[in-house]
Design a protein around this ligand. Structure first.
Ligand code: MRU
Length: 406
């Protein structure tokens, strides 16, 4: 099993990039090369790579490898789409294309704004700046994920401590927010990884006092399958199994019943974000809003986990966020891998490649509405966990994130 969504070989002047094709998971591990902005655009739009931080990283790397081509004399002689006398203009047009790939996640848009400032008419200088930027975006995302994980895990364990709660507890999560959606470790799933590391029995944890205290506690994860694209059942389940974190997959429609009947008390929901605007309203995978309503109803803490690269400094409130609508066929058909029910294994061809299948589940002429995201109002959010800390609401019932948006 591979949890490496993006493989970046960072030798300046000879970089290479490949991505794990997430449309084939969990049955097939196949990497695709990214050699140009067009490759990046296609991979992002088709959701071969997905998750706000991973989308931004692949976007940036696609610009870097395209610029690398311009350093090669043979390419420059044969290229048709670049006018090297108008490099800045050409690059900016290509960045517009990339930006149009997926509109809701702000990380790509934030990164593209920063990339535009690095482009000049000098190819070598542009390449050097892009190379440095690409290395930083990956390294910072990776480091921030661990910090967020620790921030979130500590916060919940302190809350449970204040309630004098002891024993095993459950957490909910939606979509995929782990290694596959980021440079590694993850956002909401990173918090869950840190919670597991701190609570699992018989393992060392970083703070000996807490080890004693939480040594008998265990977290159990309930990921939602996340219709219609099933990031929860395909990707989060894959990551949880990989890390051997105790977990049980549930359908999106089982949350209320689980919460009201579970023997293990459900204590929190951790979700990622595609865009957090100035008042704290948050765009995330479709179904997040309804999860927040259920959490509010049952008094379960609801946390958004995202690096500050997911904060949108230009938008005041969530109603201004553009919500991407995906093609109707992503809803009308279940895309999957053929499984032989007799031995519960994928059916493979002569090259041992699992066979893909597309199965219709609606009348084909039935109009459908397929928004990819929804907006959770800040009123439903108990805390926003970032690499800078855990932001909670003040006495006026509002988040005061002003300083995070500078
Ligand atoms: O449509 P997707 O799969 O790109 O949506 C992903 C999500 O909504 C994630 O929860 C979000 O991007 C946070 S990823 C760390």
């Amino acid at each position: 099993m591979s949890l490496e969504a993006i493989v970046f070989d960072r030798v300046a002047g000879k970089c290479s990039v490949k991505i794990l094709d997430q449309l084939l998971l969990p049955y097939q591990t196949q990497y695709l090369p990214i050699n140009s902005i067009c490759d990046g655009y296609r991979a992002i739009k088709s959701m071969q790579v997905r998750g706000a931080p991973a989308i931004a990283i692949v976007g940036v790397l696609s610009v870097l490898v395209e610029c690398q081509l311009l350093l090669q004399e043979s390419f420059v002689k044969t290229q048709t789409f670049y006018d090297l006398t108008q490099l800045e203009k050409n690059f900016n047009e290509r960045l517009d294309l990339l930006l149009s790939s997926r509109p809701t996640a702000v990380n790509l848009s934030n990164a593209i704004t920063e990339l535009r400032a690095l482009i000049s008419e000098d190819v070598k200088a542009t390449y050097d700046s892009l190379f440095e930027y690409a290395c930083n975006i990956i390294d910072n995302d990776y480091a921030d994920n661990f910090t967020m994980g620790e921030n979130g895990a500590k916060h919940l364990l302190e809350q449970l401590d204040e309630q004098n709660f002891e024993g095993d507890f459950g957490v909910l999560t939606i979509c995929n927010t782990g290694s596959l959606a980021t440079s590694g470790y993850g956002t909401a799933l990173g918090v869950i990884r840190s919670l597991y590391a701190r609570t699992r029995q018989g393992k060392e944890v970083s703070e000996p006092k807490k080890a004693k205290k939480y040594g008998s506690q265990m977290v159990r994860v309930f990921p939602l399958e996340t219709r219609p694209y099933n990031q929860g059942s395909r990707l989060t389940a894959y990551e949880l199994l990989h890390d051997e974190i105790p977990s049980t997959l549930i359908t999106d429609s089982s949350i209320s019943y689980l919460v009201s009947t579970s023997k293990i008390p459900i204590k929190a929901a951790f979700v990622g974000a595609d865009r957090i605007v100035k008042n704290g309203d948050t765009a995330n995978k479709i179904g997040t809003y309804q999860l927040s309503i259920i959490c509010k109803h049952f008094g379960i803490k609801f946390y958004v986990v995202a690096p500050t690269t997911t904060f949108d400094a230009n938008t005041e409130t969530g109603d201004k966020i553009i919500v991407e609508e995906r093609p109707p066929n992503e809803f009308r058909f279940v895309q999957g891998t053929l499984i032989d029910s007799a031995n519960a294994a994928p059916v493979v061809n002569e090259y041992k490649i699992p066979l893909k299948a597309s199965v219709g589940i609606t009348p084909l002429d039935m109009p459908v509405w397929n928004p990819s995201f929804d907006i959770t109002p800040y009123q439903h959010i108990d805390g926003i966990i970032s690499e800078k800390g855990v932001f909670t609401k003040a006495e006026d019932g509002k988040f005061h994130l002003e300083t995070q948006f500078q």
